[in-house]
Design a protein around this ligand. Sequence first.
Ligand SMILES: Nc1ncnc2c1ncn2[C@@H]1O[C@H](COP(=O)(O)OP(=O)(O)OP(=O)(O)O)[C@@H](O)[C@H]1O
Length: 261
Amino acid sequence: MAVQDPSLPLLDVRGVTVRFGGITALDGVSFAIARGAITGLIGPNGAGKTTLFNCLSRLYVPTEGSILFEGTPLEQSPAHRIAALGIGRTFQNLALFRTMSVRDNVMVGGHCRTGSGFLANALRLPAVRREEHRLSDQAERLMALLDLQDVAQRPVSDLPFGTAKRVEFARALMSEPKLLLLDEPAGGLNHEEVDGLRQLLRRIQSELRLTILLVEHHMNLVMRVSDQVVALDFGRKIADGTPAEVQAHPDVVRAYLGAEA
Ligand SMILES: Nc1ncnc2c1ncn2[C@@H]1O[C@H](COP(=O)(O)OP(=O)(O)OP(=O)(O)O)[C@@H](O)[C@H]1O
């Protein structure tokens, strides 16, 4: 397999347009994400954030344009291959198995990458046992990183919302993504938990050398945690730059004042 030039962007969104019947949800949106960066995707309600997010996780295919991940168009890969390509995601509403333990929920996230087939699993061949050990070690490492070790045996239904969100993170990280897509990670968190989330994002970015894209309404979090911010309005990109540049951009100020004042 060809090794990609590390100076090229990890993700390259090129002229993406998505139409639903007569509605243009995204209109020629282009931006690139460098390896190792945290990028915030913002915009008022209906701006097209979720639509773009769904294109990145391959739930939608752009009507026009292309999204390159490590130089390869995403639309060439079927949706079920996205995790194996190296794109992980979390959901706006928790998508965990509530009666299962934290540890088992985290372990589930590793199974998209196991290469062993049904027969090898059924016979518990040595390679399968080695793979199980590897996954188990990795789950322990991630639970330590996300401060979940003390609740590892507890069912998710017992946990406060903020802790359950960390379980979802750990599960997404089990697939060893290169790009982690976070859909409103601050939704439902209190002030203190949002601050904890900011520190956590920085920690996983540096310790796992992860690239992160977050769609988020919590402006304070986006502006404090992101290296780059991309702003959408009515399906178009209106700004792209550092948090300070985007915050001061007249079109961004107008979009937010017009939509939310
Ligand atoms: N499946 C769909 N069918 C028809 N129209 C859609 C569909 N999904 C989104 N839209 C429309 O596309 C536009 C962009 O919506 P989208 O949900 O991407 O915005 P958003 O920025 O995520 O908004 P919010 O912050 O409210 O979640 C909206 O006008 C929306 O009504």
